[in-house]
Design a protein around this ligand. Structure first.
Ligand code: BES
Ligand code: ZN
Ligand code: ZN
Length: 497
């Protein structure tokens, strides 16, 4: 999606112009005054949220079609509504089979929000709303329409107009990161293997971004017994993918770690067959990390120079049953020496993350870190698909991430992580067990509690995105499949470092 910031006058020509309309009178610029008056006169113009109208203009007019997208009450306006409205405009324009279209945002549609935030939300809506997974088919996919948009915000002074243009640009970059993540996440497991994911990661390298990939031999040398134990049952070799995004003058590191199970059959503790195909999405933590570095590589931070270098570590593996797969009861040793009794081979995410966290700590000594993982079915039961769970050992960091999630409209909801939960994952046969007793409940917290042993006293937060990664209600900028969740949150967080 090509997005350009223009003046209202420049927007008001061409095949299709969409205007965002809250309830009540609006100032949408001189050029739209007449067409809008005409549209209102038909009696067909609705301004309730998501109401779409299309008004053909007389021959010879500068605009061929005027589209209207309702925003509803002004007081209830927020960035998520703007994001959805922009996505709707793109989708309506696409149906018209126009190559490009314009979007006009009256002052009254900006709801007193900062101009940069308005720009971001609109660009994100346009990019996310235009996303389709290009499934492999015999027939090639048809030509895409409405792939370029001119966007005009009415009534801004020079500084605000600049902020708006910057928002458009940064929002588009962040959303392209999310769309990149969605594309990886939607791939079936036979197409996106750990090796294929590593190849995709390598292609992101350049500029300030370095990418390194460790194979199983290198991981064996580092004694990553927990990660390699998970991978044993698969023909697909595991990969550890490492990103380093360095900013001149930055001191110290911040690490982001992702669970990258390209498929999770459960292993010997095999999952039921119903909806097992969805375990293609078990790499969405890794997807979020890939999306973040895609965005960083393309300039998501604008002129902001983070004071910390950003490190990404992805544990990519496949969890399969096999004659050589690890068994329930096996004891493995993680890179930092902790021994783990694998009571359930389906609790594999925490095993691969344990070694990825050890790796980040040993080689980068991060000042803080977070991990993202589709870790537990329990978080879906507790919180559903419209938010992710977050927990950690440092409230300041948890609050930072919750704030970043708010700005991105990707809500995070905190779950507890206490000493009693940590005690639940101690084992008689090893230092730790990879599950607590089902009698304890708190399945999501148990996953976090297990990880906390590998984190030690580094400030850390764990995002369980099993619900948020896929399966939410469609909402204009999300039409199904993988959501690409957490990429925009991580970009916002990186912008605060
Ligand atoms: N990948 C799953 C978690 C999951 C479940 C993600 C449903 C998305 C939707 C994870 O590896 C897993 O299987 N976790 C187990 C843990 C249990 C054995 C303690 C689970 O949640 O059942
Ligand atoms: Zn599992
Ligand atoms: Zn899993």
């Amino acid at each position: 999606m090509k997005i350009r910031s223009v003046t209202a006058a420049q927007a008001c020509r061409g095949e299709a112009v969409f205007v965002l309309l809250p309830d009540g009178r609006v100032d949408s610029g001189e050029a739209l005054a007449e067409p809008l008056k005409g549209a209102r006169a038909t009696g067909d113009l609705k301004t309730s949220f998501r109401a779409v109208g299309l008004f053909h203009q007389p021959k010879g007019a500068a605009i061929r079609r005027l589209g209207t997208i309702g925003l509803g009450g002004r007081r209830e306006l927020d960035t998520e509504k703007l994001r959805r409205a922009a996505a709707l405009a793109q989708q309506r324009a696409e149906k018209l089979e126009v190559a490009s279209f314009a979007l006009v945002v009256p002052k009254q549609a900006q709801a007193g929000l900062a101009a940069e935030d308005v720009g971001r939300a609109l660009a994100e809506g346009l990019v996310l709303g235009a996303y389709r997974y290009d499934a492999p088919r015999k027939e090639r996919a048809g030509k895409r329409f409405a792939t370029a948009a001119k966007v005009a915000a009415v009534g801004l002074d020079r500084r605000a107009a600049q902020a708006f243009a910057r928002g458009l640009q940064l929002g588009a970059i962040a959303a392209e990161g999310a769309v990149f993540a969605r594309d990886l996440e939607n791939q079936p497991a036979n197409l996106l293997t750990p090796t294929a994911m590593a190849a995709k990661a390598r292609r992101l390298a350049g500029g300030r971004l370095k990418v390194k990939v460790l194979d199983e031999r290198a991981m064996a040398k580092l004694k990553m017994g927990a990660l390699l134990g998970v991978s044993r049952g698969s023909r697909q070799p595991a990969r550890l993918i490492v990103f380093e995004y360095r900013t001149p003058g930055a001191k110290g590191n911040v690490a982001v770690v992702g669970k990258g199970l390209t498929f999770d059959s459960g292993g010997i503790s095999i999952k039921p067959s119903a909806r097992m195909d969805e375990m293609r999405y078990d790499m969405c933590g890794a997807g979020a990390v890939m999306g973040l570095f895609h965005a960083l590589r393309h300039g998501a931070l604008g002129t902001h120079k983070p004071k910390k270098n950003l490190i990404g570590v992805i544990a990519a593996a496949e969890n399969m049953p096999d004659a050589d797969a690890q068994r329930p009861g096996d004891v493995v040793r993680a890179m930092d020496g902790h021994t783990i009794e694998v009571l359930n081979t389906d609790a594999e995410g925490r095993l691969v993350l344990a070694d990825a966290i050890c790796y980040a700590k040993k080689f980068y000594q991060p000042e803080k870190m977070c991990d993202l993982a589709t870790l537990t079915g329990a978080v879906v039961v507790a919180l559903g698909h419209e938010c992710a769970g977050i927990m950690g050992n440092d409230q300041t960091l948890v609050d930072e991430l919750i704030a970043a999630g708010k700005r991105a409209d990707e809500p995070l909801w905190q779950l507890p992580l206490w000493q009693c939960h940590k005690d639940q994952v101690k084992s008689k046969f090893a230092d730790l067990a990879n599950i607590n007793s089902p009698a304890h409940g708190n399945g999501s917290t148990a996953g976090g509690a297990f990880l906390s042993y590998f984190v030690g006293d580094t400030p850390w937060a764990h995002l369980d995105i099993a619900g948020a990664a896929y399966g939410a209600l469609p909402k204009d900028h999300y039409t199904g499949g993988a959501t690409g969740t957490a990429v925009r949150t991580l970009v916002r967080w990186a912008g605060s470092l």
